[in-house]
Write a protein that binds this ligand. Structure first.
Ligand SMILES: *Cc1c(COP(=O)(O)O)cnc(C)c1O
Length: 361
């Protein structure tokens, strides 16, 4: 049996260093917003080539807090890709704003820059781009539209740690890069964690206040804030994993290259272009008989996943909110996409055997 993911195996090489980091935090007696958080924030800002990084509780909170800083008015509109994970859309709704769906490019699965302009109205205030599966969006076109219409840009980087577009890391194009360190993400913690990168000192300061009850000086509250803090333990473990992130990414890219070169052309494979350094949080293919293929692979001992089975506008929670915005391209992706094993613990031999079985489908 080849698992889709097994974090115990994927993280195994880090266990000794994790235990050391854990003991250090335990014995320090300081568990929330301390030196380990500061150290990780500095390391991650440096890794991401960003001026600032603020740790928060999770990826959804990072998105919510980023939008919060702009103080938009109720029902202002925010553009968002129609095939994103639900969290991006929830962050808009939790700010009392209106999500406006923009269809993706069927080749890249990312927001189609050509379709952005036609969705802009006088109420449009921001674009949330999502670097889905670990591939950056086409950021130069998107930023020139955003500048032309004075829109704020929040990048959902939950799947794109280390990915670049024209040699610039995601999280540096817009006002904020919102990262999740959910355990399965390329840079994953051992629990919930997230962060916001930015290159603007005022925006960064605002996040430091909002994440901690609207306060930077203890018991003095300047804003209506949240409790969304990164804890010392997760930060210390993330610092350990961050040192290995490039090795992990290179491993995933090596596995992706096998799929890309050796899978037969019946499977629609990810788009490759020299402007993009993709980090393959997910390696997906598309096939018209996706469900049959998934069953076939399972019969042959290979577990796969679907990211995602239901389009946001078809979710029960979105009845009356998104269901009047038709999204045929997102639907096509949701109906045909299949995510193949591509974890750190998979060997090249695992991937070669998966390819062999897939090519007989
Ligand atoms: C995982 C993910 C999130 C949410 O992150 P959490 O840490 O689980 O809150 C947001 N957006 C995308 C695209 C994600 O994949």
């Amino acid at each position: 049996m080849i698992d889709y993911e097994n974090l115990g195996r994927a993280n195994h090489v880090l266990f000794d260093e994790y235990r050391e980091a854990f003991n250090k935090v335990l014995e320090s007696g300081w568990y929330i917003l301390g030196n380990a958080v500061k150290q990780f924030e500095n390391e991650f800002a440096q890794y991401n080539q960003s001026r600032f990084c603020a740790g928060v509780a999770n990826g959804l909170d990072a998105l919510i807090l980023a939008l919060k800083t702009f103080q938009f008015e109720k029902d202002d509109e925010v553009l968002v890709p129609s095939n994103t994970y639900i969290a991006t859309i929830l962050s808009i709704l939790h700010n009392q704003l209106k999500p406006v769906l923009v269809e993706p490019d069927i080749r890249t699965y990312n927001i189609d820059p050509v379709k952005i302009q036609e969705k802009i109205t006088p109420r449009t205030k921001a674009i949330m781009v999502v670097h889905l599966y670990g591939k950056s969006c086409e950021m130069d076109t998107i930023m020139s539209i955003a500048n032309q219409y004075h829109l704020k840009v929040v990048e959902d980087c939950a799947q794109s740690h280390g990915a670049t577009y024209k040699n610039i890391r995601t999280g540096n194009f817009g006002h904020f890069g919102a990262f999740s360190f959910y355990p399965t993400k390329n840079l994953g913690a051992i629990g919930d964690a997230g962060a916001l990168t930015s290159n603007d000192p005022a925006l960064h300061e605002n996040i430091l206040t909002l994440r901690n009850y609207g306060s930077q000086k203890k018991y003095y509250n300047e804003q209506i804030g949240f409790n969304s803090r990164l804890d010392e333990l997760q930060a210390a473990l993330l610092s350990v994993k961050l040192k290995r992130l490039d090795v992990l990414t290179e491993h995933k890219r090596k596995l992706a290259k096998h799929y890309q070169q050796e899978l037969k052309d019946d499977f629609i494979k990810p788009h490759i272009h020299s402007d993009y350094y993709d980090v393959y949080h997910i390696y997906n293919i598309r096939h018209p008989k996706r469900d049959e293929l998934k069953e076939y692979l399972l019969r042959h001992g290979i577990k796969t996943e679907i990211h995602y089975p239901v389009a946001p506008n078809r979710q029960k929670a979105m009845i009356g909110i998104l269901d009047r915005q038709p999204t045929p391209i997102a639907q096509e992706i949701h109906d045909t996409t299949l995510s193949l094993p591509i974890s750190y613990f998979h060997s090249e031999a695992d991937i070669v055997s998966i390819i062999d079985i897939m090519n007989k489908f």
